[in-house]
Every structure is written in C-alpha cells, then in structure tokens.
Design a binder for this molecule. Structure first.
Ligand code: OOG
Ligand code: NI
Length: 466
C-alpha cells in the first residue's frame, strides 16, 4: 500500500542515466559528437537489416539501444565503495562480477553495478564499471600514507544524498520528489572538478607512482571518466570517427567482426589533456593539466557460457601469441588478421552456438503454433520444441565487461610511457568485504535467465489436464 507511492528503481535509474549523459555532453563535447555518430550508424544498420530490427522489436529490446550506455568511476576507499553500492541499490543496480586489473598493470579491482533481471534490463540497462584503488599496491609507504590521508579527508557525497539513501533504505523506496532530488544530488558526486585537492608536488609524486593513482586521489570526487553508447556496428563507427574529428585507439578490443556478435567489442578515443589548478603554499591557484576523461563506444553480442568463454579466452590468447597490438597502431592490420584467423574456430551461427552450448539464449513460444500437434513428451523438451518450430531462440545480450578489454581501454588512456608493473593479486574476498556484499556470479545469472525462459515455454505448451 505504502510502496505504491514509491517511484520504481528502474525509473530512477533511467532518469539518472539521462542526467549523467546531459552532464557529460556539456563537460566533454566530443561525447556529444560520438552520440550523434552512433545514432546515425544505428539508424543505418537497422534500415539495412530489417531482420535485425524485427528481432530487436520482437524481443522488446529495440527501444533500449539508443538509450543504452555504461559509465566508469574510480573510488579511493572501502567506505566510498560501500556507500556507492548503497547509492546504486536505490536505482536498482547491483554488483555483478569481479575484475582484477592488477594483472594488467592497473592498480584497481572492480565490479559492474548494473540492473539484473529481464524486466529491469529492458527498461534501462545503464551500468557503471566501478573500480576501487588498491593503495596496497603503492610500493612507497610514505606516499601510500599521504594518499590514504588525502582520501580519508574527503566526502564525495552531499549530506542530502546520504540522507536520501538512508531514507530509501528505511522506507523501502523513494517518493517522486525525493527521487528527483536524489538524482540531482548524486550527479554532484560524479561532476568534474578542475581544482585539485592536493599540492602540485603531491600530484606529481602520485602521478609518478601511476597516473591512475593521481586521478583518484587528487580530486574532490570520483568524476565520471567516460560514458559509452552502444552501437550496432562498431566497425562502421570506428571508421567514421576521424571524419568527425575524433581519433580512435588503434584497434577494437574483444572478438573480431562476426555475423553473430559475441560478448563485447569496444574502442575509445584518448583522454583529453584538461586544465586543472593546484593551490600553492601562498594559497593561490596555479595552472596545470591532467588527463582523465575520454569517450568510448561498444557493440554488445551474446553472453557466453563457461564453455564458450573458455573458447573465447583461448582463441584471444592464441591470436595474441601471433601478434600483440602495439599502442601506436603500427601492426593494427596484422593484429586484425590474426584475430580473425584464430576465431575461425568459433562457430558463427546461432544454431551451432546453441547446440554446442557456447552461448545463452532466451527461448520463446512461436505465436499461433498449434498446441494440439504436440505430444506431452515433445512439449517438455526444449530442443524438440525448437526442431518442430514451436519455440524460437534469441541470443541473451552480454551485459558485463571483459578484463582484457578493460585493461586495453585503461592502457590506451594511460599513455605508452607507463612502465609500472604490479604483481597480479586478485583479491575478490577483500573487495567484497569492502563493498559490503558478495558480487553476483554473471554465469549463474545468465543461466537463470535461460532456464526461466525454457520453463515458460514448457508451461506454455503444457498439455491441458482433462
Ligand atoms: C574503466 C575501464 C573499463 C570498460 O568498458 O571496459 C571500462 C576505467 O577506465 O575506469 O570501462
Ligand atoms: Ni568503458
């Protein structure tokens, strides 16, 4: 009864996603350019492929494409991370997956805060790649202490935002006015601040330890560092970017171009050098610069099963043994060719992928199929239902991230001079303790979606008891 007056978490998330997008368009105009380019390419792709349009319409997912994006933020302390988890829960976003980036030379570990479940994803799939800085990976103890003290002294959320999170938790949701205020206040945490909160000297020392450490520690808050629209044809957008005045990174991360896209392909443009200022000993502001914010696009394909993912990982590793993409793009063509070559071993049609158990699918009853032609035995077996044309299957979209791609995106924005290496030290238990909850296992989640769709088909064709 009381809950009827609360705004749905999906609506709060959609409103937040749209507010973030307008803020970022104002802050980073190239993001706006990228958005128009993506919209144009998506429209062209849909016009050229009525079949794709039809499939997206049928699965009720056409509308989400143009709305779709992800963002990324980096926080500095366990307290910030756990508060973020509570903030995002108000918008129906929960931690899925654990990503250890230390292995790739980036001193963070991460999760995706995102909606789970079919209904929520259809309404708005906005997700945030959320990283926690690993101060334990800073070798210099003195610098580590200074960084920790600086982070402990900041408050990244407004007092109103915190009280609204507490209110939402206590009463189980937010009413209209509170929800609008919540979005307005939370946006403040992700805004860009060009006045650093550390001295130029400390900034330089943090930067020497790792550019990312300087980015997280030196500012008032965890500015959103990119927002990523989803394109239906990433090769086309990549090729058109230069004509729009944007220069993309050398190669697209992830799998090669395919008829049936798998997982995730991503590319980005380099972080911009931005003016910032540092306070000197006399209390006056002095000009400096920092590069943090960039643009990215992605194309999403089918979520793979552990078997499919193992095949993907193996083929990617094989191709990288032949050619490793150089950051300057000098061997981009050779890399693309080696990647395509390795992935010849990955079936490129939905039927084979389903039959070989490589990807997750959503099964739905075909409209107007005559129930009477089915025996109870046929009706209980989804493969038989598929063979008889009673059930159709559509790929379940991969909603998560890829550590190798994420590392490529991080690296393309860190510059090629970054020689610092960290020992690989995955630490999921510690991350979950800092977050305040375990992360959801992505495979279990996709498996659950597939199973539920099979169950709905069985129910649909269940013989009616006489
Ligand atoms: C996050 C990089 C990872 C992606 O799309 O894989 C990411 C960051 O730079 O903070 O966003
Ligand atoms: Ni990203």
């Amino acid at each position: 009864m009381k809950s009827a007056t609360f705004i749905s978490t999906d609506v709060i998330r959609a409103s937040f996603s749209s507010a973030m997008s307008s803020m970022y368009r104002t802050e980073v105009p190239a993001y706006g350019t990228l958005l128009s380019l993506v919209t144009k390419v998506n429209d062209q792709t849909l016009a050229a492929s009525p079949e794709l349009r039809h499939r997206l319409e049928q699965t009720d997912t056409l509308d989400r494409i143009s709305e779709e994006r992800h963002g990324a933020i980096r926080v500095g302390t366990p307290a910030e991370l756990s508060m973020l988890r509570r903030v995002f829960a108000v918008m129906g976003m929960y931690p899925v997956g654990y990503y250890d980036l230390s292995e790739a030379g980036v001193p963070v570990h991460s999760t995706a805060l995102r909606p789970v479940g079919d209904a929520a994803l259809k309404i708005n799939p906005f997700r945030v790649f959320t990283s926690l800085l690993r101060l334990d990976l800073i070798a210099d103890a003195e610098l580590r202490d200074e960084a920790r003290k600086t982070l402990q002294a900041r408050q990244i959320f407004t007092a109103t935002a915190i009280s609204l999170v507490e209110k939402a938790e206590a009463q189980g949701g937010l009413a209209l006015d509170d929800a609008a205020l919540f979005v307005k206040e939370i946006i403040e945490s992700f805004r860009w601040h060009d006045q650093a909160s550390v001295s130029r000297d400390l900034y330089r020392r943090l930067h020497d330890a790792h550019r990312l450490i300087a980015d997280v520690v030196s500012f008032k808050g965890p500015h959103i560092n990119h927002l990523t629209p989803r394109t239906l044809d990433i090769d086309a957008v990549q090729a058109m970017m230069p004509a729009y005045g944007i220069s993309p990174k050398a190669v697209i991360e992830g799998p090669p171009t395919r008829a049936c896209p798998i997982l995730l392909r991503q590319t980005s443009f380099k972080a911009l050098e931005e003016s910032v200022s540092f306070k000197n000993d006399q209390g006056a502001w002095e000009a400096g610069s920092h590069s943090a914010r960039f643009g990215e696009i992605e194309q999403r394909g089918i979520a793979l099963t552990p078997k499919g993912r193992a095949l993907y990982d193996r083929l990617l590793a094989e191709s990288r043994k032949v050619v490793r993409p150089a950051p300057d793009g000098s061997n981009a063509d050779a890399y693309t060719a080696a990647l395509a070559d390795a992935f010849n071993a990955f079936p490129d049609d939905w039927d084979s992928m389903r039959r070989q158990g490589l990807g997750y699918f959503r099964f739905t009853p075909v409209q107007n199929f005559p129930h009477t032609s089915l025996s109870p035995r046929d009706a209980s077996d989804v493969e038989t239902l598929v063979a008889l044309g009673a059930v159709q299957f559509d790929p379940i979209v991969y909603e998560d991230f890829l550590p190798v791609s994420a590392a490529g995106i991080f690296q393309s924005n860190l510059g090629d001079d970054d020689s610092q290496k960290f020992a690989a030290s995955p630490s999921q238990r510690e991350f979950e303790a800092d977050l305040g909850t375990p992360v959801l296992d992505e495979f279990a989640h996709y498996e659950g979606l597939q199973k539920a769709s099979i169950e709905r088909c069985r129910q649909h064709y269940r013989p009616v008891a006489l």
